[in-house]
Write a protein that binds this ligand. Sequence first.
Ligand code: ADP
Ligand code: MG
Length: 638
Amino acid sequence: MSKKNCTFAPQKFHHSSIIMTAQEALKTYFGYDDFRPLQAEIVESVLQGRDTLALLPTGGGKSVCFQVPTMVMGGLCLVISPLIALMKDQVQNLRNRNIQAAAIYTGMTYEQQKTALDNCMWGPYHFLYVSPERLESEEFRERLARLPISLIAVDEAHCISQWGYDFRPSYLRIAEVRKVAYPRPLPKGKGAATPNAAHTFEEDYGEDNKSFPLGEDLGEAQIPILALTATATPEVVDDIQERLAFREKNVMRKSFARANISYIVRETNKKADEIVHILSKVAGSAIVYVRNRQRTQELASYLNEKGISADYYHAGLSAKERSQKQEAWKIGEKAKEHPMTRASSGTPLRREGESQRTRVIVATNAFGMGIDKPDVRVVIHHDLPDTIEAYFQEAGRAGRDEQKAFAVLLYDPSDKSKAHKRIGDNYPDPDTLQNVYHKVCNYLGVGADSGLGACFFVDMFDLCKKMHLPVLTTYSSLHLLSQMGYFSFDEEQEIHPRVRLRVSRRDLEEYRLSEAENSLLEHLMREYTGIFTELQYVHKLDDKHQELVSLAQKRIIDYVPRTKANVLRLSVNRQTVIRIPAEWYQQRKNHYANKLEAMVEYAENKHYCRSQLLLGYFGENDAPTCGTCDICRTNNKH
Ligand code: ADP
Ligand code: MG
């Protein structure tokens, strides 16, 4: 058996005595012949049991870096991933490849979470995706620690750093999982991947985990961590390794250079027209990023007026709307011209159930994460992003097929002062924070010294109106308070429908119910044990909406349909005074201001190659000039 590209000891693989190398696992499970640049090195590092930080550009194939070693080693890979949609996507992808995977995130019922955990404990599961918020619960962390975890993969690892551009406090809990969890030796004679394992955890590991020395210092035996990100400045690179408690520093980095992208800044005060102009010059799919939700809609209809097929997208839309818009854009406009899709009359044929096709998506920054569309020809920014990191990520969605593409930033000199105003908006002064904290607690009816763990759906409009609070400041305050550990605050979470039964099983007989209603009620009573006492989240009942409404009208159930809400949870009891660490606050504010300033400098730069500027920001100081950005092109002309 070939052991080429494989310096690590091959591990036992399931189906008795087959030995499988990483290269073979790549082929067998994922159908790829070769590793992409740096993937093999990262996989090897992981298989050697080393903590690893992998920096690969978006689309570089980070998932393979933890999926392949897990399949080689056996056992369970715990994946921390910040976006539920991405998580579900990956789980589905794995399942399509016949690899068992589960996900746990906020909004799942206790029963569902338990099932997922049980499956990971006893079933031949290889991947457990967990949203970072779940790690806030100590009980949950302990339950995780009992699983046979062989690798912890931290996706979007920059979220762990306060110096990154997308800090998530819950990421800081990851090291704790690692501390309480122990690497499990595979049970004798049973690869963790044994199909249809009929054995229980207790059989394999001894009753109650006794064979594991809890609390003992296992030193080197700690579960290895693989952290992955597409964007990190040198200070964030250090921070990630420190906060994940790397045993030794180990960074693997592929250059972030994107040779096929031309970076361009256009100074204009007629941005909408400039966008039309650009889109008439550059054919193919495009993304236009805009900061304001309402403006996405206005701009999209302006483009349509000008004969450019466009749609809008932001986080305020329902999941269904978003996925429809996204799909229409993913198919793209081009396919319309394909002869096979045309009727003889020459009008495009629309296949059954097929809706719109969109060339341009006008979106807020909620759009793009996890979207794998290779042929985006241009990404236009209508407004200045907050950070170079965000800009580079978003611009980088152009040209993933390695074909020529453009990243254009529109800049109006008045953007500079607008940007500076964001600093104050994002960092309300300490008195304001104090004020917002108490008003929010009052509004939610949380009394002094109470409220720990209480969870609320917050209608921001109502809150701000009743408590006389300015909307923007309130949002930023809630985010800051959540970073300071008082709340956890998540905007516009998708909330599953909820149902409670108002009548007892016996009294149900007195109602005249249809067959469909009866079987629905049977299903509810069977699946959700607590449904007589409390509202229960129900799943996979979207097609039963009508029946549920009708049962609610008959006052048999309480029904709260699927919705979106801002979810606020108190992480500590209500305090009399909140302590705002002055240094911490000032540091963060300065940091935000500095990042913004770097973005302004990029926009106003008239001398340096844009690609060099961007790469230099991420610590790559030896990048060559690109020759294709607006600066290089002007320089070459002279
Ligand atoms: P990232 O997380 O780095 O943005 P993904 O892991 O989502 O990237 O991978 C991007 C795409 O590349 C996916 O469609 C994946 O299937 C594909 N891919 C990854 N590795 C390989 C490989 N070695 N050969 C071919 N395709 C690959
Ligand atoms: Mg990824």
